[in-house]
Design a protein around this ligand. Structure first.
Ligand code: CU
Length: 61
């Protein structure tokens, strides 16, 4: 998790169900992959945002 200056301020370990990135914010997310594949269920849960295109895909090679 990153602070206002963009530098990491914490590491979150364990399952992550939800993160919120504020406008103009960034975050880094380190993953320890346990299997390869394309995972397309990354989406914003705010009403109407998924339909507006706030979706993503994680590709683990
Ligand atoms: Cu959104």
């Amino acid at each position: 998790m990153n602070g206002p200056d963009g530098n990491a301020v914490a590491e979150i370990k364990g399952s992550v169900r939800e993160i919120e990135v504020l406008p103009k914010g960034t975050t880094e997310w380190w993953l320890v992959p346990i299997k390869t594949g394309k995972f397309g269920d990354l989406k914003c849960t705010e009403q109407g945002h998924t339909e507006a295109g706030m979706v993503g895909q994680i590709v683990i090679k």
